[in-house]
Design a protein around this ligand. Structure first.
Ligand SMILES: Nc1ncnc2c1ncn2[C@@H]1O[C@H](COP(=O)(O)OP(=O)(O)O)[C@@H](O)[C@H]1O
Ligand SMILES: O=C(O)C1=C[C@@H](OP(=O)(O)O)[C@@H](O)[C@H](O)C1
Ligand SMILES: [Mg+2]
Length: 168
Protein backbone atom coordinates (compact mmCIF):
# COMPACT_ATOMS: atom_id res chain seq x y z
CA UNK A 1 0.00 0.00 0.00
CA UNK A 2 1.32 3.41 -0.85
CA UNK A 3 -0.15 6.91 -1.04
CA UNK A 4 -0.86 8.45 -4.44
CA UNK A 5 1.07 11.52 -3.28
CA UNK A 6 2.70 12.91 -0.15
CA UNK A 7 2.55 16.69 0.31
CA UNK A 8 5.47 18.54 1.88
CA UNK A 9 6.29 22.24 2.29
CA UNK A 10 6.47 25.05 4.85
CA UNK A 11 3.62 25.99 7.19
CA UNK A 12 1.09 27.93 5.12
CA UNK A 13 2.08 26.31 1.83
CA UNK A 14 -1.35 24.64 1.81
CA UNK A 15 -0.54 20.98 2.51
CA UNK A 16 -3.72 20.41 4.52
CA UNK A 17 -5.98 22.53 2.28
CA UNK A 18 -4.62 21.38 -1.08
CA UNK A 19 -4.37 17.84 0.29
CA UNK A 20 -8.11 17.77 1.05
CA UNK A 21 -9.04 19.28 -2.34
CA UNK A 22 -6.69 16.96 -4.21
CA UNK A 23 -8.06 13.89 -2.39
CA UNK A 24 -11.59 15.03 -3.26
CA UNK A 25 -10.68 15.47 -6.88
CA UNK A 26 -9.10 12.00 -7.05
CA UNK A 27 -11.92 10.34 -5.09
CA UNK A 28 -9.63 9.22 -2.26
CA UNK A 29 -9.16 10.33 1.35
CA UNK A 30 -6.63 12.64 2.97
CA UNK A 31 -4.49 11.56 5.87
CA UNK A 32 -2.95 14.55 7.66
CA UNK A 33 -0.20 13.44 10.02
CA UNK A 34 -0.75 16.47 12.28
CA UNK A 35 -4.30 15.21 12.88
CA UNK A 36 -2.94 11.71 13.54
CA UNK A 37 -0.54 13.05 16.17
CA UNK A 38 -3.34 15.06 17.82
CA UNK A 39 -5.58 11.98 17.87
CA UNK A 40 -2.81 9.83 19.37
CA UNK A 41 -2.01 12.44 22.04
CA UNK A 42 -5.63 13.34 22.67
CA UNK A 43 -4.83 17.06 22.52
CA UNK A 44 -3.95 19.81 20.04
CA UNK A 45 -0.37 20.29 18.82
CA UNK A 46 -0.04 23.53 20.80
CA UNK A 47 -0.73 21.63 24.01
CA UNK A 48 1.68 18.82 23.11
CA UNK A 49 4.45 21.41 22.70
CA UNK A 50 3.61 23.01 26.05
CA UNK A 51 3.01 19.85 28.10
CA UNK A 52 5.49 17.43 26.53
CA UNK A 53 7.92 19.54 24.47
CA UNK A 54 8.87 19.67 20.80
CA UNK A 55 11.08 16.55 21.09
CA UNK A 56 8.08 14.44 22.10
CA UNK A 57 6.00 15.97 19.30
CA UNK A 58 8.71 15.08 16.75
CA UNK A 59 8.87 11.52 18.08
CA UNK A 60 5.10 11.12 17.68
CA UNK A 61 5.30 12.77 14.27
CA UNK A 62 7.95 10.30 13.03
CA UNK A 63 5.71 7.41 14.07
CA UNK A 64 2.62 9.00 12.46
CA UNK A 65 4.48 9.58 9.18
CA UNK A 66 5.89 6.04 9.08
CA UNK A 67 2.40 4.61 9.63
CA UNK A 68 0.72 6.88 7.05
CA UNK A 69 3.31 6.06 4.37
CA UNK A 70 2.71 2.33 4.72
CA UNK A 71 -1.02 2.26 5.57
CA UNK A 72 -2.67 4.94 3.43
CA UNK A 73 -3.56 4.67 -0.24
CA UNK A 74 -4.92 8.18 -0.73
CA UNK A 75 -3.18 11.51 -0.18
CA UNK A 76 -0.89 12.15 2.79
CA UNK A 77 -0.18 15.68 4.08
CA UNK A 78 2.83 16.00 6.41
CA UNK A 79 3.46 18.71 8.98
CA UNK A 80 5.97 21.31 7.76
CA UNK A 81 8.80 20.10 10.00
CA UNK A 82 8.37 16.36 9.45
CA UNK A 83 11.03 16.29 6.73
CA UNK A 84 13.72 17.33 9.24
CA UNK A 85 13.90 13.75 10.53
CA UNK A 86 16.48 11.58 8.77
CA UNK A 87 14.18 8.59 9.26
CA UNK A 88 11.37 10.39 7.41
CA UNK A 89 13.70 11.55 4.63
CA UNK A 90 14.65 7.90 4.07
CA UNK A 91 11.05 6.71 4.29
CA UNK A 92 10.03 9.16 1.55
CA UNK A 93 12.38 7.59 -0.99
CA UNK A 94 10.39 5.97 -3.78
CA UNK A 95 7.20 7.94 -3.02
CA UNK A 96 5.58 10.61 -5.16
CA UNK A 97 6.43 13.66 -3.07
CA UNK A 98 4.76 16.95 -4.00
CA UNK A 99 6.54 20.04 -2.69
CA UNK A 100 4.27 23.07 -2.34
CA UNK A 101 6.42 26.19 -2.70
CA UNK A 102 5.43 29.37 -0.91
CA UNK A 103 7.25 32.68 -0.40
CA UNK A 104 7.86 34.29 2.99
CA UNK A 105 5.24 37.06 2.70
CA UNK A 106 2.50 34.81 1.44
CA UNK A 107 3.24 32.13 4.04
CA UNK A 108 2.99 34.75 6.80
CA UNK A 109 -0.24 36.12 5.35
CA UNK A 110 -1.73 32.65 5.25
CA UNK A 111 -0.79 31.46 8.72
CA UNK A 112 -1.80 34.81 10.23
CA UNK A 113 -0.37 36.51 13.24
CA UNK A 114 -2.39 34.56 15.81
CA UNK A 115 -1.00 31.26 14.61
CA UNK A 116 -2.08 27.91 16.02
CA UNK A 117 1.43 26.76 15.12
CA UNK A 118 3.59 26.85 18.26
CA UNK A 119 6.82 27.52 16.35
CA UNK A 120 5.36 30.72 14.92
CA UNK A 121 3.77 32.25 18.00
CA UNK A 122 6.72 34.53 18.83
CA UNK A 123 8.10 36.75 16.05
CA UNK A 124 6.29 34.86 13.29
CA UNK A 125 8.07 36.66 10.46
CA UNK A 126 11.62 36.05 11.68
CA UNK A 127 10.77 32.51 12.76
CA UNK A 128 9.29 31.79 9.34
CA UNK A 129 12.33 33.29 7.60
CA UNK A 130 14.67 31.11 9.67
CA UNK A 131 12.57 28.06 9.07
CA UNK A 132 12.51 28.63 5.30
CA UNK A 133 16.29 29.14 5.16
CA UNK A 134 16.86 25.89 7.01
CA UNK A 135 14.30 23.80 5.19
CA UNK A 136 14.04 24.97 1.57
CA UNK A 137 17.00 22.85 0.42
CA UNK A 138 15.42 19.81 2.08
CA UNK A 139 12.02 20.37 0.46
CA UNK A 140 13.67 20.94 -2.93
CA UNK A 141 15.70 17.75 -2.60
CA UNK A 142 12.85 15.52 -1.44
CA UNK A 143 10.15 16.80 -3.79
CA UNK A 144 9.69 14.70 -6.93
CA UNK A 145 7.24 17.36 -8.13
CA UNK A 146 7.43 21.04 -7.12
CA UNK A 147 4.46 23.39 -7.49
CA UNK A 148 4.42 27.18 -6.98
CA UNK A 149 1.45 28.33 -4.89
CA UNK A 150 1.95 32.11 -4.45
CA UNK A 151 -1.03 34.05 -5.78
CA UNK A 152 -2.72 30.90 -7.06
CA UNK A 153 -6.16 29.51 -6.28
CA UNK A 154 -6.29 26.04 -4.70
CA UNK A 155 -8.27 24.70 -7.70
CA UNK A 156 -5.49 25.77 -10.06
CA UNK A 157 -2.84 24.13 -7.87
CA UNK A 158 -4.87 20.92 -7.61
CA UNK A 159 -5.24 20.82 -11.40
CA UNK A 160 -1.46 21.13 -11.84
CA UNK A 161 -0.76 18.36 -9.32
CA UNK A 162 -3.39 16.08 -10.88
CA UNK A 163 -1.77 16.50 -14.27
CA UNK A 164 1.70 15.85 -12.85
CA UNK A 165 0.43 12.65 -11.21
CA UNK A 166 -1.08 11.49 -14.51
CA UNK A 167 2.18 12.17 -16.32
CA UNK A 168 4.30 10.46 -13.65
N1 LIG B 1 -3.33 28.68 -2.61
C1 LIG B 1 -3.83 29.31 -1.53
N2 LIG B 1 -4.29 30.56 -1.66
C2 LIG B 1 -4.81 31.22 -0.58
N3 LIG B 1 -4.90 30.71 0.67
C3 LIG B 1 -4.44 29.46 0.85
C4 LIG B 1 -3.88 28.69 -0.22
N4 LIG B 1 -3.52 27.49 0.28
C5 LIG B 1 -3.82 27.51 1.59
N5 LIG B 1 -4.38 28.68 1.94
C6 LIG B 1 -4.83 29.09 3.30
O1 LIG B 1 -3.66 29.18 4.10
C7 LIG B 1 -3.91 28.71 5.42
C8 LIG B 1 -2.89 27.60 5.72
O2 LIG B 1 -3.16 26.48 4.87
P1 LIG B 1 -2.86 25.00 5.34
O3 LIG B 1 -3.49 24.10 4.34
O4 LIG B 1 -3.23 24.81 6.77
O5 LIG B 1 -1.27 24.95 5.18
P2 LIG B 1 -0.22 23.90 5.76
O6 LIG B 1 -0.96 22.65 6.08
O7 LIG B 1 0.77 23.74 4.66
O8 LIG B 1 0.37 24.59 6.95
C9 LIG B 1 -5.37 28.25 5.44
O9 LIG B 1 -6.14 29.29 6.01
C10 LIG B 1 -5.71 28.05 3.97
O10 LIG B 1 -7.07 28.31 3.73
O1 LIG C 1 6.77 23.48 10.53
C1 LIG C 1 6.65 22.87 11.63
O2 LIG C 1 7.64 22.52 12.30
C2 LIG C 1 5.29 22.54 12.11
C3 LIG C 1 4.24 22.65 11.21
C4 LIG C 1 2.84 22.35 11.57
O3 LIG C 1 2.16 21.78 10.44
P1 LIG C 1 1.78 22.63 9.12
O4 LIG C 1 3.01 22.71 8.26
O5 LIG C 1 0.69 21.84 8.49
O6 LIG C 1 1.35 23.98 9.58
C5 LIG C 1 2.79 21.38 12.76
O7 LIG C 1 3.24 20.09 12.37
C6 LIG C 1 3.63 21.89 13.90
O8 LIG C 1 3.06 23.10 14.34
C7 LIG C 1 5.10 22.08 13.51
MG1 LIG D 1 -1.14 21.36 7.72
Amino acid sequence: MRPKAVLIGPPGSGKSTIGAALADRLGVTLRDTDADVEAAAGKPIGEIFIDDGEERFREMERAAVAAALTEHEGIVALGGGAVLAAETQEALAGHTVVYLRVGLSEAIKRVGLASARPLLVLNPRSQMRKLLEERLPIYERLGTVAVDTDGREPADIVAEITKALEDA
